[in-house]
Design a protein around this ligand. Structure first.
Ligand SMILES: [Zn+2]
Length: 405
């Protein structure tokens, strides 16, 4: 495992600039290609699991966070408010309050529950400049987030469903949790809500972990201010742990926002809010994927999936045609031409992290074929480009980790 900051620079995934500021990395095209593939993936995963996507603004009036409790309990992590006319607005430290407002904006029947609202949205943390670095400690986070509004009876199934989504995503991404952690309140600290609701929430989470057969540790003092949570921890190149995914059970914010649904008895009832993130913040996720795979990403989210290499300048046109064909088919393909001087060997080494390489010499150009090889060195012989592209596309669509059979 290598430090993602070094690899990120080598692979031109992201960078920072003093004028933009510390902890505010920007994504270069290669990094943005990975991120886009991951975003599409999680949108699709959530849609299939019955989530509805929304978009909400990255800032709001200070009052919103006074109601949610963030202003009292999380202010140190928030940016200072900005004065705007008669209002004060703040960059959001989380998406929950916006989603609570969206839920509250219209009446709900018990028949609509569980109602799952998801968003890939920006959130902001006023991290101290001393701890910032690469993509792991940043001040601007693009978070895969969702809030499930449900009855108390539905919470256990929603937690189990979220846990299953996390495990499925880790398989598809080719990563492993360092451990599961049940994050509880610290016995001496002050938290919001009743002891009874905290105990109920912790019991549900404990049972979900046990039912899934997962070993876990308890982290006292690691809970959110509004409730306990399951955190899925990953370890970086320096063996430092961080939470990537999370599932939280919250009785507090529904109370604060006076959320309700109409029950079968026609009376108003309070929903429970399950907060969950499957792949966490995209910054931290991409840092972890980069380190885990040492830049040799599985084909489905590799920034370049196919490199096409003409042996000499004479085959550049044939190679460019294959790149166009691959691009139209939906692959991320790149032409690596000799430009008169760079040897084929040097270009193959340069493309060592690209899963598929198509080489076109005079003989291949003559017969409209390519010589296909894999980044692990395997050579698959001479094939027609359309056959190669179809097979590569099938592997990308299946999110296969096997480059070939
Ligand atoms: Zn939340």
């Amino acid at each position: 495992m290598h430090d993602h900051r070094k690899l990120g620079r080598e692979l031109e995934l992201f960078d920072t600039d003093p004028l933009i500021g510390a902890g505010l990395p920007y994504w270069r095209p290669a990094g943005a290609a990975i991120r886009h593939a991951l975003e599409e993936y999680v949108y699709d995963l959530e849609r299939r699991a019955g989530y509805q996507h929304v978009h909400s603004p990255v800032l709001a009036k200070r009052e919103l966070y006074e109601i949610s409790g963030h202003w009292d309990h999380y202010r140190d992590g928030m940016y200072p408010p900005m004065r705007l006319g008669a209002d004060e607005v703040v960059l959001r430290p989380s998406l929950c309050p916006h989603h609570a407002i969206i839920f509250r904006s219209r009446g709900h029947s018990y028949r609509e529950l569980p109602l799952r609202i998801a968003e890939l949205g920006g959130m902001y943390r006023a991290e101290l400049s001393g701890v910032l670095g690469g993509l792991t400690r940043v001040r601007s986070i693009q978070l895969n987030d969702a809030h499930i509004f449900c009855t108390l009876d539905q919470v256990a199934a929603e937690v189990a469903g979220s846990l299953a989504m996390i495990r499925r995503a880790y398989r598809d991404l080719g990563i492993e949790p360092a451990r599961y952690r049940l994050s509880l309140a610290s016995p001496d600290a002050k938290y919001v809500g009743s002891q009874e609701s905290w105990d109920t929430a912790a019991d549900i989470l404990r049972k979900a972990l046990a039912d899934a057969g997962l070993a876990y540790d308890c982290g006292e003092g690691e809970a959110a201010f509004y409730g306990p949570k399951i955190d899925v921890q990953v370890a970086d190149a320096g063996e430092r742990e961080a939470s990537l995914s999370t599932i939280q059970v919250d009785f507090y914010q529904p109370e604060r926002f006076d959320l309700s649904y109409t029950g079968p008895d026609n009376a108003r009832h309070r929903p429970v809010m399950v907060h969950r993130s499957v792949i966490g913040g995209l910054e931290r996720l991409v840092a972890h994927l980069t380190e885990t795979h040492n830049g040799a990403f599985p084909p489905w989210y590799a920034p370049v999936q196919l490199a096409v290499l003409p042996v000499t300048d004479d085959q550049v046109d044939a190679a460019a045609a294959v790149v166009r064909e691959a691009t139209v088919a939906g692959l991320r393909a790149e032409l690596s031409s000799p430009e008169g001087k760079t040897t084929l060997g040097a270009r193959i080494r340069q493309a060592r992290l690209v899963p598929y390489l198509a080489i076109i010499g005079p003989a291949e150009a003559e017969t409209d074929q390519v010589s296909l090889r894999l980044r692990d060195g395997r050579q698959l012989g001479i094939v027609r480009p359309e056959d190669a592209l179809a097979k590569i596309l099938a592997r990308v669509r299946n999110r296969s980790h096997q480059l070939w059979d």
